[in-house]
Ligand binder design. Structure first.
Ligand SMILES: O=P(O)(O)O[C@@H]1C[C@H](O)[C@@H](CO)O1
Ligand SMILES: O=c1cc[nH]c(=O)[nH]1
Length: 293
């Protein structure tokens, strides 16, 4: 048996998952991780620890500190609570791609099946109020094309992969999330880019090679194309998961409405409250999948 997308990876034999600090000849992946059905990802280590505690309490009624399987490294954290694996991915697709490669291999060694990946993130809203949760139903790059692009050593060329979002999964998440929430949830197109500043049309970066008028036109174009938010990982997430044979979804809370501002609020309590909103959306969805009322 080999990994779906890499015939060179074999089921038997040790593998050091370097950035997770997990040596599969020392850790029994199948025994520990075989029941994983959901992989929940977000940028920061602290937020994902908070999410692991939240899931522990709300799904398992357990207030124990979750165990970090990636404790040997400070690159990423990795928790498991019931059938849910939780990790942080850092900022941007390069960091996400390293984590995904190692998690895909972990799931392969653990012989997991039917796993769903969900990114719980933050974003800049386009015409939506701060605090609104956006479920991605379509994903585009900065040129507004549904294409994830990377350079492979395959023929030394750039590879462009058309990337789609699973409409049934979006519907399922949205239908379960719209119950019992005290915040607004919308569906829409996510524009996924490689920088927080220039690629997102900010005027407050150290570098800026466009004018305020260019910024205005960029946002008008985003709105005309149904873009509801800007962030930095979803295109890579959907593309990598699809190649590896997994379903993926993306749920992100808007920290600001980019039509009004560039800088998120400095009110930390408010930011923390907003950041936790996707937790409830994911909890409702996972409960429905596990048939827990
Ligand atoms: O999951 P997070 O909140 O880290 O995601 C967004 C996209 C970038 O990684 C980061 C930029 O501030 O926030
Ligand atoms: O504006 C924002 C906020 C969070 N994350 C982003 O990528 N952009």
């Amino acid at each position: 048996m080999s990994l779906k997308s890499n015939p060179y990876i074999k089921l038997n034999g040790g593998d050091f998952l370097y950035h997770l600090g997990i040596d599969t000849s020392q850790v029994n992946c199948k025994e520990i991780f075989h029941d994983v059905k959901f992989v929940c990802l977000g940028g920061s280590t602290n937020r994902m620890l908070k999410f692991a505690k939240f899931i522990n309490e709300n799904l398992n009624g357990n207030s124990e500190e979750p165990y970090n399987y990636a404790y040997k490294t400070d690159r990423y954290c990795l928790y498991k609570t019931g059938p849910i694996l939780i990790a942080n991915h850092g900022i941007g697709v390069p960091s996400l791609s390293v984590l995904l490669n190692e998690i895909f291999k972990l799931l392969f060694y653990a012989q997991c099946s039917d796993v769903i990946f969900i990114r719980l993130g933050t974003c800049g809203g386009i015409g939506v109020e701060a605090g609104t949760v956006v479920i991605t139903d379509n994903v585009v790059n900065g040129e507004l094309e549904p294409i994830f692009s990377y350079v492979s050593i395959k023929l030394g060329k750039r590879i462009n992969i058309t990337t789609t979002v699973d409409a049934d999964l979006v519907r399922e998440i949205y239908d379960h999330s719209s119950q019992n929430n005290s915040f607004t949830i919308v569906r829409g197109t996510t524009c996924s880019v490689d920088c927080f500043y220039e690629a997102q049309g900010r005027l407050d970066g150290a570098l800026c090679d466009y004018t305020e008028e260019d910024r205005k036109q960029f946002f008008e174009k985003l709105q005309r194309n149904g873009v509801k938010n800007l962030e930095m990982e979803s295109l890579g997430l959907f593309s990598y998961c699809h190649r590896a044979g997994y379903k993926a979804a993306m749920i992100a809370v808007a920290l600001l409405n980019r039509l009004e501002a560039d800088e998120p609020t400095s009110n930390i309590d408010m930011l923390k409250e907003w950041e936790s909103r996707p937790f409830y959306t994911v909890l409702n969805f996972i409960r429905s999948k596990l048939d827990i009322v």
